[in-house]
Design a protein around this ligand. Structure first.
Ligand SMILES: Cc1cc2nc3c(=O)[nH]c(=O)nc-3n(C[C@H](O)[C@H](O)[C@H](O)COP(=O)(O)OP(=O)(O)OC[C@H]3O[C@@H](n4cnc5c(N)ncnc54)[C@H](O)[C@@H]3O)c2cc1C
Length: 463
């Protein structure tokens, strides 16, 4: 094979991994342990959030090694720490473009142009949504895109549930959910199932499943949790209400492969095509791992397993072609990882104006009333994956400002009254105050530079 390298003098990476879900980080663990010093582009907003889909869920009960379950964001933090401990380097941005026609491959992010001999694509997939009004509010509060993952949740036990879709996945999910729910409604847009005949027969023959033909879900009801739906018959336009406690979307997934269209072989639904049971894609040195190359299984553990295969394959290929520059470690065993310490709730006892990051209403009141420095208040909740992503970013911003501004975390479940007064209706929400007045507000994960710039403007120009 001719590895047609351009011979540039700029540094060429051994291996770049794109994506920071279980597939990307597992690939990084293996590659880092093989002294390849991989560079991992975490993603930021394009195809989900850093940490991937598990950042958007609560308890993961089926990942081996956690007999009592583990919160999705916590699991991803642990896998990330493991990858970092062995020397993985991170770029916390999206990959904006990839050029695979020449070697080394070229990957561009907002801030860098990176050359790499090998590439692992682990950009995942996202569940398709109906995009109904209030869908976001009920996501994780009655609506899920993964019956296998969430079906056993206590809130669904012995309740009426619903599945949207008419293909094999929808039928499988409906049958699966009869184990937990008292009854399952299957909402099918047309007058037939697209599922295989055997699957369709299982659904039709199941007395716990009620089929709603030609039916479209048009509205969601509930307060903090989904309690019902408004549906419409597509033939007669007649509407009716249905009470249920859980709705599962089985209307397909969209793999994050836009960057590779026209460069790598993709199947008709846009998934990366790899060698059967293997990670190799249609270009040598490029490997696919996780949901992006897996239209069928799409689980945390299968993604992690395929990340492992991709890293081992990349390592062998680099070594066979004499392309790897191995990192020499100063000690055989890296020092144990520092697991992030939880910030304790502030009180009279532990409050200090010297700390740039504190938590809870006590510190908020003190700093709001007594300090003239800019105050960044981040409203979080325990199940909010994006909050896990955001907090270390904000801490880094405050670190860079060396004490010129404060950060306070408010857990809206613990400090409900404060969240109510502040008009918070989603997490993460970030408010920037100065001299007791609200200067700026953001919702969701934003680039670190936005916060830094806003605080610097306040410090410099008072606005
Ligand atoms: C709500 C929910 C609950 C789930 N619960 C479970 C469960 O309980 N157990 C289980 O095993 N599985 C569960 N799953 C499935 C599981 O999350 C996925 O199978 C798994 O996360 C796939 O891992 P992955 O690494 O392939 O991709 P993902 O987790 O999707 O990660 C993809 C990564 O790629 C990044 N990315 C995308 N585009 C770019 C780009 N252009 N540049 C850089 N980075 C990019 C994203 O930011 C993300 O970090 C659940 C899924 C959902 C949605």
């Amino acid at each position: 094979m001719n590895i047609n390298s351009t011979g540039s003098k700029e540094k060429t990476e051994n291996l770049v991994i794109i994506g920071s879900g279980p597939a990307g980080y597992t690939a990084a663990i293996y590659a880092a342990r093989a002294n390849l010093e991989p560079l991992l582009i975490t993603g930021f907003q394009k195809g989900g959030i850093p940490g991937g889909q598990l950042m958007t869920t609560t308890f993961v009960e089926n990942f081996p090694g956690f007999p009592n379950g583990v919160m999705g964001p916590e699991l991803m933090d642990l896998i990330k720490d493991q990858a970092l401990r062995w020397g993985t380097r991170l770029i916390e941005e999206d990959a904006n473009s990839i050029e695979l026609a020449d070697r080394p491959f070229l990957i561009k992010t907002d801030s860098s142009s990176i050359k790499s001999h090998a590439l692992i694509i682990a950009t995942g997939a996202r569940a398709n949504r109906l995009n109904l009004p209030e869908e976001e509010k009920f996501w994780g509060h009655g609506i899920s895109a993964c019956a296998i993952c969430d079906g056993a949740t206590p809130q669904f036990r012995d309740e009426t549930l619903g599945v949207v879709g008419g293909g094999d996945s929808a039928c499988e999910e409906a049958v699966f959910l009869t184990k937990y729910g008292s009854h399952v409604n299957l909402f099918i847009r047309s007058e037939s199932l697209k599922a295989s005949a055997a699957m369709a027969d299982r659904v039709k023959g199941n007395p716990q499943i009620n089929l709603h033909w030609n039916t479209e879900v048009i509205g969601l009801k509930g307060d903090n949790w989904l309690t019902g739906l408004q549906v419409k018959c597509r033939k007669t336009d007649q509407e009716k209400s249905i009470s249920l406690k859980g709705l599962f979307y089985a209307i397909g997934h969209t793999p994050n492969t836009d960057l590779f269209k026209g460069q790598l072989a993709l199947n008709q639904n846009g998934y990366l095509i790899t060698e059967p049971g293997r990670p190799e894609t249609s270009i040598e040195g490029v490997y696919g791992a996780g949901d992006v190359a897996d239209p069928e299984w799409r689980q945390g553990v299968t993604a992690a397993g395929s990340g492992c295969k991709a890293a081992l394959a990349a390592e062998r290929w680099l070594s066979k072609n004499n392309l790897s520059k191995l990192h020499i470690r100063s000690s055989k065993e890296p020092s144990p990882t520092q697991t992030t310490k939880k910030t304790e709730d502030s009180s009279e006892l532990n409050y200090s104006p010297e700390k740039f990051w504190q938590k809870g209403s006590y510190a908020l009141r003190k700093l709001y009333h007594e300090s003239k420095k800019p105050l960044l208040v981040v409203y979080t909740s325990p199940n909010c994956g994006p909050c896990y992503v955001l907090k270390p970013q904000l801490k880094r911003v405050l670190d860079e400002l060396e004490g010129k501004a404060y950060g306070i975390e408010i857990d809206i479940e613990n400090d409900q009254e404060i969240a109510k007064q502040a008009g918070i209706n989603g997490t993460p929400t970030i408010q920037l105050f100065a001299n007791k007045s609200l200067k700026k507000q953001w919702t969701g994960v934003k680039q670190r530079s936005e916060f830094l710039e806003a605080i610097k403007n306040l410090l410099e120009f008072g606005e």
